[in-house]
Write a protein that binds this ligand. Sequence first.
Ligand code: SF4
Length: 417
Amino acid sequence: MDTLAKLQILSGAARYDASCASSGSKREVPSCGTGNTSQSGICHSWSDDGRCISLLKILLSNDCRYDCAYCVNRSTNSVERASFTAREVVDLTLDFYRRNYIEGLFLSSAVMQSPDVTMERMVRVVETLRTEEHFGGYIHLKIIPGCSSELVRKAGLYADRISVNIELPSQVSLQRLAPQKHKDSILEPMALIGREINSSLVERQADRRAPRFAPAGQSTQMIIGASPENDFQILRLSQGLYKKMNLKRVYYSAYVPVSADNRLPVLAAPPLLREHRLYQADWLLRFYGFSAEEILSDDLPNLDETFDPKTAWALRHPEFFPVEINRADYATLLRVPGIGVTSAKRIIAARRFSAITPEGMKKIGVVIKRAKYFITSSGRSFEKPDQTPALIRQQLLLGEGYGAPPPRQLVFPGLFA
Ligand code: SF4
């Protein structure tokens, strides 16, 4: 099989991994035109500073020994198989880079003979790119659970970001749907990566020439809706991963059936709204000072479908409001629906000079139509005071277009290794 045929199979297979968000777009190039879209596995991801970067997103192999029920590449599925050599991936990356198609590489893989054999070949790709070809572009490398610690350490020295997919939210679900995987083989490399990232930061503070380890951090991916865990269990897991494993990001992937198996649920549609709400709640964990236990509980285990998690929290906590916009501290401002991280910072900065008026709030970026039920400005309410949460709920529904159809995602869930 030639490299192009392999590329078609292995870039197509890689689109199932959402932990590097992909455009997934497909467009015919006009005969007299220039440019092309992601026919050859080019996807777009975002760097920490918000810059959009194009990546060659491929699998090293889709020839898997494992049999995860939800995966298109499971060993018992009948799909065309292909595997790249390390050299082929290196050449493709360099070729695409020189043509200015990409700024980096996203490399994942199915499990070939064993986790070590697969990971060893993946590490060889990035080692060759960095040390022999002096490739300076971005590299995101997946870690194959179960591979040796030595290979994980090597991967972190060459890749910018590394990730181990947690796949499912509990060991029970892993056992049922991915019987060759065990949570320990996933959590152990994650913990190791977290430790290595920390020690690299410490070493580099003492000596700027000390090697960097995964400077863009580590991430993971979880499939939502293939197993019975509720949102509270999922958010608590994410919270633990952020705290204990030094994770940069958890990606949530709505389960899309790509493989028939009677262990899998039959869903009317992929749970895209649920995925969207989990991303919003995750944002609250990472940037808004919320804990999973504030957002949900055993008595309220799933996120509100109608309202975003912060508005749902505000409606359940009338005792917290109204917040006086000209006096509240940063953490309190962040709890107001319609006030984000940027607008909260701007409010703090602007009110050093004068009290903030409703017009000033708009300029600052506050979403007044949402925030107005929860704030006062120099003691004045925007709405009639003492409105009940039920009334605010009704007015929000009328004014905000809440209840609109769920957002559509552009990529399918990632399912690899
Ligand atoms: S999820 Fe990964 S390990 Fe499981 S069958 Fe698919 S490619 Fe193989």
